[in-house]
Design a protein around this ligand. Structure first.
Ligand code: ADP
Length: 543
């Protein structure tokens, strides 16, 4: 070991990485680029920056302390974007709240975060206002006009966003005001879904947000550039809309924010009309668009991002067949800002057969630069070989990976050497491709062996009549657990359980075949639009 006392430091400026810079740069370089909200309005970056500065002043006028949490309860819109920028740029913390939470969870989260002000879409007032008296720490409820005509409560705590912003003066440059700030200051707060205990807050910093942004912008990954038109369908309350809004702004790309409606016709019309090139959504949303895909001109699309749950190869292949662009698979977590890996083929797969390329696209992909992943034996904690076969718990480390949770001790979520335990079971291959086997809690334990619900679902949904499927465990006196498949089939389909069994028999081991297929009109979804296996497990237990 050489003598370490002779190390030499670099002499570069320790300028902090800040979100204020991201906005300042977009305004200076790309002032004419557009932020479009649904069919409602179209503003330039210059106008958004002007509102953002005024909003920053308005937060001062409301005496929102530095470091205070500013809640948002809002769909994807230009005003929400202004909050994404003004709140962290002024050293406050943006707490985006999932609008589909139950009153109980929402109150828990807003109380735990100690939100000082909450900004809420007018259309969402009926969902949150009944909780106002149980959230005495929230001093103001600021209503974001969204074209709806929900009654606005007459209450001194209730303010109007547009009035607040237009009456606040425009004040100078963020960057000047912010240059000396510490890049480790908190910028945002998102709570995990709480499927395994109470929701936990992930507190992002300016540094982690900017680095995540740069990581996802890297060419060959999501690779957003100035000529892109980016549409985050994934909600801005779902893990920062996967970094797409900040990424688009940093690249100078135009943004299309779809507003409150998740209607397939609305989303597809926007993609067509705005010539969207990059869009991101969870698989349940991509599935919902399939029937109407052929009716729209999506020829501008070059990149579709999917994650949050596994993208079945059949779904991605449908997009490739209909619009010529597969869905690029990404794995992530709220705790990882959220993007950890990006899938798709690389030059090495150029000569591969089409089937092999489909299999590569089905993987969750390679880690982003600066993200380290490893797979460890659940029992011994020892790292497993990267051979594409050894299954273990996936652990992650990196500059945009959580190192703790906001105001809770969750030591069990981290290893002794500081890696995040993801609760996912996965394999890694020699080239670093991650393949998710299942969430540990979704795995089905049958007769001492494990069945992957994800693989079974991929097999079942490859049947042409199946629209959606979720496989969960049902307690079984002999085998401990057995798989049950909940299936939604196309309108008018006469597909039976026997047809589905016949279809998947060549694809999976015999003992993996579900004990029962339950046909439903729709499947229950979580607040972020993923299939809610907890709800289905409860019904399987009762059935
Ligand atoms: P929650 O799903 O609990 O609301 P997150 O959005 O943070 O919270 O979800 C993270 C989890 O989602 C991961 O740990 C993993 O189980 C699952 N997930 C995310 N992306 C993928 C993917 N591409 N394929 C399979 N599972 C995924």
């Amino acid at each position: 070991m050489p003598d370490q006392s002779t190390v030499v430091n670099g002499l570069m400026q320790p300028r902090p990485l800040t979100i204020a810079h991201v906005l300042e740069r977009a305004e200076r370089l790309h002032a004419h680029k557009l932020v479009t909200t649904a069919d409602v309005e179209r503003l330039t970056y210059a106008e958004v920056a002007d509102h953002t500065r005024r909003l920053a002043t308005a937060l001062d006028h409301l005496d929102v302390p530095v470091g205070a949490r500013v809640g948002t309860f809002a769909s994807n819109s230009r005003r929400h974007l202004e909050l994404y920028l003004a709140v962290p740029a002024t050293k406050r913390v943006l707490h985006s709240i999932n609008i589909r939470l139950s009153a109980e969870h929402l109150e828990y989260i807003a109380d735990h975060a100690e939100d000082d002000v909450v900004f809420v879409d007018r259309a969402l007032l009926p969902r949150i206002w009944p909780s106002a008296d149980r959230l005495p720490r929230v001093r103001y409820w600021v209503v974001l006009p969204d074209g709806s005509d929900e009654a606005i409560p007459v209450d001194p705590r209730v303010l109007d966003y547009d009035e607040l912003v237009s009456s606040a003066p425009f004040t100078g440059s963020f960057e000047d005001a912010f240059t000396l700030a510490d890049e480790n200051l908190a910028s945002g707060l998102c709570y995990t879904s709480g499927t395994t205990g109470p929701p936990k807050g992930v507190l992002y910093s300016h540094r982690s947000t900017v680095l995540h942004c740069l990581g996802t912008l890297a060419a060959g990954l999501i690779g957003i550039c100035e000529s892109d038109v980016v549409m985050p369908i994934v909600p801005m309350f779902h893990a920062n809309a996967w970094g797409l809004p900040y990424g688009a702004i940093m690249a100078g790309a135009s943004l299309v924010l779809p507003g409150a409606s998740a209607e397939p016709a609305h989303l597809l019309r926007l993609m067509e009309a705005e010539r969207v090139t990059v869009a991101g959504a969870v698989p349940t949303v991509w599935t919902s668009l399939v029937p109407e895909l052929p009716s729209y001109d999506l020829s501008a699309t070059r990149f579709l991002l999917g994650g949050g749950s596994a993208i079945a190869p059949a779904l991605s292949e449908t997009y490739r067949a209909v619009i010529g662009v597969p869905i690029t698979h990404s794995w992530g977590m709220t705790e990882i800002s959220p993007v950890g890996t990006i899938g798709g083929t690389r030059t090495r797969h150029r000569d591969a057969t089409e089937d092999e390329r489909v299999a590569v696209r089905a993987a969750q992909g390679q880690p982003l630069p600066l993200v380290n992943v490893r797979v460890v034996d659940v029992e011994t904690g020892r790292e497993l070989p990267r051979d594409g076969r050894a299954v273990g718990e996936l652990q992650v480390a990196g500059p945009w990976v959580a190192g703790g949770y906001f105001r809770v001790d969750a030591a069990e979520s981290f290893t002794a050497d500081g890696w995040l335990r993801t609760g996912d079971l996965a394999t890694l291959d020699a080239e670093g491709y991650l393949r998710l086997v299942d969430r540990i809690k979704d795995l089905i334990k049958s007769g001492g062996e494990w069945i992957s619900s994800v693989e079974l679902e991929a097999a079942i949904v490859s049947h042409p009549d199946v629209v959606e499927v979720a496989v969960v465990a049902r307690p079984d006196p002999r085998w401990v657990e057995r798989p049950v498949a909940y299936v939604v089939v196309r309108d008018g389909s006469t597909t039976t359980a026997e047809d589905l069994l016949r279809h998947i028999t060549p694809m999976v081991a015999k003992w993996w075949l579900p004990d029962e297929f339950v046909f439903l009109d729709s499947l229950p979804k979580t607040g972020t639009g993923k299939l809610s296996k907890t709800t289905l497990r409860d019904s399987a237990r009762i059935a």
